[in-house]
Design a protein around this ligand. Structure first.
Ligand SMILES: Nc1nc2c(ncn2[C@@H]2O[C@H](COP(=O)(O)OP(=O)(O)OP(=O)(O)O)[C@@H](O)[C@H]2O)c(=O)[nH]1
Length: 362
């Protein structure tokens, strides 16, 4: 069932949630008016404010993404891309940032993974928050423009230490070979659209084994798909955004979990805490993709809001295909992935209330 556009959903849902508030929930939690509370960390109708996030939203200093899973669930049944043309969409989409943030890749390093595949971890800084957002890049042809650009006064050793080199580092190497960087950039522009996943940080699902959601196995599966030969040819990127708990932060997400144990779903729990059902934005992802030379992509997602939001306000990045993100437990008949009563409810809520493009038969 297609749910209403995201911009209409919160208010409508608020009414039904608050008219049926259980007696143990304080009426103080209810919003004071139809508009978002000006004191609130988030406003449903305004673009994300350009200021330092409150302390409660700052994620732990570094939450490393889980290493990719090492088994192939079903190599003969990889999800097939579905062509999309978001420019023809008549539905009201998600709220978009007006201008793209500025991003800057400070450093990258080669990371060999436990599966044997290799990726380059790119650490980004930006002008809208003080978090270290990451791009996990599969394949050597996708390169960051801001990383490769020469920096004043730097030596060849400086360049190699911050990862602005081509090929591989080895003991005794003395040159980052700037000319080859330019050649690589030319090759990149001729390539087909790479597979892209925009992943939002989930400390509970990726690090401390939570079975309330399938975020950890989604991250593993995205990394696995980027390494299969058909995708390895185009290269792949996982943009890892530090917007924990759909943007409400870890502390608030833990409160939401307690509200879920009290009988609310993930959607209602956010509203009871006076947050939007989904407080994320994707302007940083768009800007990071552009910095990586990716102006069209095949996007691995079921989330219709993400599909349009990642393109940016002026369709700076075009999504040519949507590749479904099928839960690993469904795909493998429960042999891999997350299985629990909670994750089933989490997935049902995504479909029924967030309008995710996923059905039980997949
Ligand atoms: N507030 C809140 N956030 C949650 C909950 N469960 C998971 N999350 C967060 O949801 C985010 C994961 O969503 P994603 O997998 O990136 O994206 P999605 O909207 O589910 O869409 P897909 O691309 O189809 O997976 C992470 O930031 C998690 O921390 C929950 O119960 N409440």
């Amino acid at each position: 069932m297609q749910s209403p556009p995201s911009s209409e959903r919160p208010e409508r849902a608020l009414k039904s949630v608050f008219t049926s508030l259980p007696s143990h929930i304080s009426p103080a939690l209810a919003p004071q008016s139809d508009n978002a509370d000006p004191e609130s960390d988030f406003n449903l109708h305004e673009p994300e404010p350009r200021r330092q996030p409150p302390a409660s939203l700052i994620s732990p200093a570094f939450t490393p993404p889980a290493t990719p899973g090492n088994a192939t669930p079903n190599p003969n049944r990889e999800p097939r891309g579905i062509p999309v043309d978001t420019s023809k969409s008549t539905e009201q989409g998600p709220q978009l940032v007006e201008t793209l943030p500025e991003v800057f890749c400070a450093v990258r390093a080669r990371i060999p993974t436990v599966t044997g595949s290799e990726m380059f971890l790119h650490l980004y800084q930006n002008n809208v928050d003080n978090k270290e957002h990451l791009a996990i890049v599969f394949g050597s042809a996708i390169r960051s423009k801001s990383l490769d650009a020469p920096r004043p006064g730097e030596t060849e050793m400086d360049r190699m230490i911050r990862g602005a080199y081509v090929g591989r580092l080895h003991p005794g190497r003395t040159n980052s070979r700037i000319e080859e960087i330019k050649q690589d950039a030319g090759v990149q522009s001729a390539q087909a659209a790479p597979l892209v996943r925009i992943h939002s940080e989930c400390y509970t699902g990726e690090t401390v084994w939570s079975s309330r959601c399938d975020c950890g196995s989604q991250l593993d599966e995205a990394a696995r798909l980027m390494s299969v030969p058909s995708n390895a040819r185009t290269g792949g990127v996982i943009i890892y955004l530090r917007q924990e708990g759909r943007g409400i932060g870890l502390g608030e997400k833990l409160k939401a979990y307690n509200l879920q144990d009290l009988g609310n779903d993930t959607y209602e729990a956010n509203l009871l805490l006076r947050h939007p059902a989904d407080a994320r934005s994707y302007g940083l992802a768009t800007a990071m993709l552009l910095d990586l030379g990716v102006d069209s992509c095949r996007l691995l997602t079921n989330n219709p809001d993400k599909l349009r939001a990642v393109e940016g306000p002026n369709r700076e990045v075009v999504v040519t295909e949507r590749v479904p993100m099928i839960p690993l437990a469904w795909k493998t008949g429960g042999k891999q992935g997350v299985r629990s009563e909670e994750v089933e409810k989490y997935l049902s809520t995504k479909i029924e209330k967030f309008g995710h493009l996923l059905s039980r038969g997949e």
